[in-house]
Design a protein around this ligand. Sequence first.
Ligand SMILES: Nc1ncnc2c1ncn2[C@@H]1O[C@H](COP(=O)(O)OP(=O)(O)OP(=O)(O)O)[C@@H](O)[C@H]1O
Length: 246
Amino acid sequence: MTGADIVLEDVTVTFAGRAVPALDRVSVSVRAGEQLALVGPSGAGKSTLLRLLLGGVRPAGGRVRVGGLDPFATQQVRQLRQFTGYVRQRDDLVPGVSARTNILMGQSWSWRMPDWWAVARGRVPSRHAARLAELAEGHGITDILDERVENLSGGQRQRVALARALLGDPRLLLADETTSGLDPVNAARAVADLTSVEGATVMLSTHDVSLAGRFARVVALRAGRIAHDGAPPDARETELIYAHGS
Ligand SMILES: Nc1ncnc2c1ncn2[C@@H]1O[C@H](COP(=O)(O)OP(=O)(O)OP(=O)(O)O)[C@@H](O)[C@H]1O
């Protein structure tokens, strides 16, 4: 499986009612299979950039391509979402159903009738059984698979969301502050898992400078602009990226 390449050319996003663009003429190219950390102060545009890649926000200008697909073309974005694992900053687990069903539902686009029946009966479709068991074990959630997600802690919910993103062996993994609610052991495990999907392109946004330092490439945003793109910034550069004011 090959990862998805990403091309952003001169992309500007301006939210309604905001004088300042959330992304201001941003250009970034990511090779298929490349893994990078996205850093920058709160409000710098990290979530906006990740959401943009799946057609979640519409640019006022510029060009976006992910795996050669246009996220703003209906048919293409459907295809794009099928090969992407996305762990959002605020998880979007479906209440009222179990952790297991939530994890499986990320792959429902590929199900046929017998798979739907299996899930409706609380079972795991055979095509997902081995990988689900492996992910649940790896993330310490085997014992909570039957729990309704509203009964889980924030960290447990994050691990469920992570397992859902990883279940389909995605070509692209987008993780938005995924490790912030996790204890150090589970945070390390989450990063190890996110970066070990064979061939997948990975973009992980984080406020954790030491975590970002584990990536060969770090892209920093500041007030919607690229402030750094390359090897992890040193202490002085990091200070400038996070300095108050402009
Ligand atoms: N739906 C929206 N409507 C209006 N403004 C928005 C919307 N989403 C984001 N913004 C604004 O766009 C800017 C960038 O926000 P974004 O969430 O991308 O930042 P971030 O770098 O991910 O921040 P954090 O680290 O706090 O998650 C902020 O000024 C934010 O207030």
